[in-house]
Design a protein around this ligand. Structure first.
Ligand SMILES: *Cc1c(COP(=O)(O)O)cnc(C)c1O
Length: 404
């Protein structure tokens, strides 16, 4: 009789988005005349940029002719894309990263879930709390997290770094030394970030502790302040302690197109063993390359037209972010984020729990957001609104909230 991977049985149900969907469905059924505005899920709404569409069409046509048809893509990505990434995301910022350190993938969710495979089962992970759920859940599946405590909603073998108002949402070095540290900056869900000097401290800490930092830079394009690093490789010493994950989902609206990449520097070594070689081996065995058509679309993101168009798209969402942030502040809310990230993280008023505020907002303003407690115990008492809606919906939602 076969056996299953028992670790999957340990996963607590991820009820967050299904609970939200059920509550919204029940409300809509009871109040069919109400027009609901959704600022909950972190998905983009604006169409792909014209430069990207043009590149997609051209690549599709190439696939229709024997002379230009392409089969399997190289495992690690086409040179045209890896070179564009290095030029624009690294060289231009003074980062010493070469094209053969870039591993093109189908997105940062898969990379952030898969990267733990090349680390030993006894490594201890540290995560921010609240956090993007993928980091912990993928380690649960691998049997690395110990026992789940339903009371505290924490795992016995995971180090949690609370990020709350009290520490300005900046994780502090944990008391116990971790082996693997997940950092997502600018942060989902809190929308906050840290300065380059603060990130340098994390790099120094990891090098000293012999830890690796898994750095999720999915929201890099939303950085507006000048003292914030766009890549962890802007920090001295990051080549010996960091892996960076990037995505085309939020900077270029590729959530339905699928493209991302990981940077594993050749200087990242565990004793004599190169993690770059391990990830190349893993990628070569388990991934057969991102589609040619999509990689051409990714290349267009870096063209002069693509860059100009996407700068506008990011500005569109960030205008929504400031409408939400300012509107909530005017209405008396305590608000965070929204400056270097498309998320607004607010303190629930009157000591409401995250779910109480969810119900209140749904019933009174017909606006859907995401309860902070869904991202971890330290998210209790907070609430996330996204700037990824349309301008009109964002304005509408804020008008309603201000009338409460
Ligand atoms: C959206 C998001 C990603 C990107 O995921 P893709 O798989 O590239 O779409 C990665 N990390 C975080 C924290 C995110 O919010």
């Amino acid at each position: 009789m076969y056996k299953i991977n028992e670790n999957y049985q340990k996963l607590p149900g991820s009820y967050l988005f299904s609970t939200i969907a059920k509550k919204v469905a029940a409300f809509t059924q009871a109040n069919p005349e109400k027009n609901i505005i959704r600022l909950g899920i972190g998905d983009v709404t604006q169409p792909l940029a014209p430069a990207v569409i043009e590149a997609l069409h051209k690549a599709v046509d190439e696939m229709g002719h024997a002379e230009t048809f392409r089969g399997y893509a190289p495992d690690l990505g086409y040179d045209f894309l890896r070179n564009a990434i290095v030029e624009h995301d690294y060289k231009s910022r003074g980062c010493d990263i070469s094209a053969d350190e870039i591993f093109v993938s189908d997105g940062a969710k898969s990379d952030s879930a898969n990267i733990q495979e090349i680390f030993g089962p006894d490594n201890k992970i540290a995560v921010c709390d609240p956090v993007y759920p993928v980091y912990v859940d993928s380690n649960v599946m691998a049997g690395r997290t110990g026992v789940y405590d339903t009371q505290t909603e924490t795992w016995s073998d995971v180090i949690y770094m609370p990020c709350t108002m009290e520490n300005n949402f900046v994780p502090e070095f944990p008391k116990e030394t971790p082996d693997m540290i997940y950092l997502c900056l600018p942060n989902n869900p809190t929308g906050t970030t840290i300065t380059k000097a603060q990130l340098q401290e994390w790099v120094d800490y990891a090098n000293k502790a012999g830890a690796v930092i898994i750095y999720d830079g999915a929201y890099e394009a939303y950085i507006s302040e000048t003292d914030v690093a766009h890549s962890i490789f802007e920090c001295e010493g990051a080549r010996t302690c960091a892996i960076e994950l990037k995505s085309f989902s939020k900077n270029a609206g590729f959530t339905g197109v699928r493209l991302g990449y990981a940077v594993v520097p050749k200087d990242l070594k565990c004793g004599e063993v190169s993690l770059h070689q391990m990830w190349a081996r893993r990628h070569g065995t388990k991934f057969n390359g991102a589609p040619y058509i999509v990689q051409r679309a990714g290349e267009a993101v870096y063209s002069p037209q693509g860059r100009a168009q996407l700068k506008e798209q990011v500005a569109y969402y960030m205008k929504n972010a400031s409408i939400i942030k300012n509107g909530l502040q005017d209405a008396g809310y305590t608000v965070f984020g929204g400056v270097n990230a498309p998320y607004i993280w607010l303190k629930t008023p009157d000591k409401m729990t995250s779910w109480e505020f969810f119900d209140y907002l749904l019933e009174q303003a017909n606006v859907v957001g995401t309860p902070g407690s869904g991202f971890g115990p330290s998210g209790e008492g907070y609430f996330r609104l996204t700037a990824f809606g349309s301008y009109e919906n964002t304005l509408g939602a804020l008008e309603r909230i201000q009338k409460l």
